[in-house]
Design a protein around this ligand. Structure first.
Ligand code: GTR
Length: 324
């Protein structure tokens, strides 16, 4: 029997939890359900922390938006009500300027390009930017590429999007991105997307394979078009007030454990992308893979003109584009 990495880790974590008695348990929030790669990665980071601090520090992940939707949990983490948060960079756009650069459509040529950038000095600068906002940036996780899906019809060209209504994450860049494609954007929390599609308030949304699948959105929006307009990394942050309560030694252990969880997360992600794609297709999703991205890319010029105006963003965009 081939045991996937996810299954192996889940089996291990049940045993580890039973034996745990920690001095301090950090509460970490995630919008995704148990078993999702981001949730497992933070749980695994917690095991590393427990080992490396001799039980001084552990992490408990609260999945499925139990602690709130992303925008609210960002605020709670800034206030120190939540210790840690795994979240998309998108909802940070209106708060931290540097995060906007990764939310620009087609800024990354591929997931490999995104890894190169986020693993290097640009990634470090973006992580550092969180510290002016009562947060400590710890690591970036994968979020694959995001594509449009809807309940109405197969989208085979940009023209097909005209007049349709799509949910986007709560960031002005995504609203302008959808408008530039001739459609209408409705910013909504993730947890409201399913019912909004079901009741016809919106025609669809956009996301990666694992989110499209785990949220069940494929059940109400079966047309998925692989236009891959966004590659937005996920980020793991800690509340500054929690961080300040740790010794310098434990801060270093936390930072290292977060970094050490990244390669495993990427492996889980790659596995889950394939599984989710197969699952939705099996369930009847109709996928348009043969799509000319050139008109989509060209349509994004006004979005760049409107949002890339500060020296900080201009410089980041230039350096990202120059990264081979
Ligand atoms: C997912 C991401 C979540 C959340 C969600 C959304 O891909 O992992 O953190 O941001 O998208 O669209 O709200």
């Amino acid at each position: 029997m081939k045991l996937t990495l996810t299954a192996a880790l889940l089996a291990g974590s049940a045993l580890a939890t039973a034996a745990t008695a920690c001095e301090t348990t950090l509460r970490s929030s995630d919008t995704h359900p148990d078993g999702y790669p981001t949730v497992i990665a933070v749980q695994e980071m917690g095991k590393l922390l427990e080992e490396r601090t001799d039980g001084r520090l552990c992490i408990e992940v609260f999945p499925s938006a139990q602690l709130g939707e992303e925008k609210d949990t960002i605020e709670q983490t800034q206030f120190g009500v939540i210790d840690m948060l795994r979240v998309s960079m998108g909802p940070f756009n209106n708060i931290i300027e540097e995060t906007q650069v990764v939310s620009l459509p087609y800024i990354f040529r591929s997931v490999d390009h995104m890894h190169k950038v986020m693993d290097g000095p640009i990634g470090d600068e973006i992580l550092e930017a969180f510290s002016d906002h009562d947060l400590v940036g710890l690591a970036f996780y994968d979020g694959g590429s995001r594509s449009f899906y809807n309940s109405e019809k197969p989208i085979t060209s940009m023209e097909d999007l005209a007049g349709m209504k799509f949910r986007v994450m709560q960031s002005d860049i995504f609203v302008d991105m959808v408008s530039a494609l001739g459609a209408n954007a409705t910013p909504l929390p993730y947890g409201e997307v399913y019912s909004s599609i079901q009741t016809g308030v919106i025609d669809g949304a956009e996301n990666n394979w694992p989110s499209y699948e785990s949220s069940g959105h494929f059940e109400v929006a079966k047309y998925y078009t692989l236009d891959e307009h966004l590659i937005v990394p996920e980020v793991l942050v800690m509340s500054k007030s929690t961080w300040d309560g740790l010794s310098a030694e434990d801060q270093e252990i936390v930072r290292q454990a977060a970094k050490d969880s990244v390669p495993m997360m990427r492996e889980l992600w790659a596995e889950r992308e394939k599984e989710s794609e197969a699952k939705v297709i099996e369930a009847g999703a109709e996928v348009v893979t043969d799509i000319d991205k050139t008109p989509f890319i060209e349509a994004m010029k006004p979005v760049y003109e409107k949002h890339v105006t500060s020296d900080t963003l201009k410089d980041l965009v230039e350096r990202i584009q120059a990264t081979e």
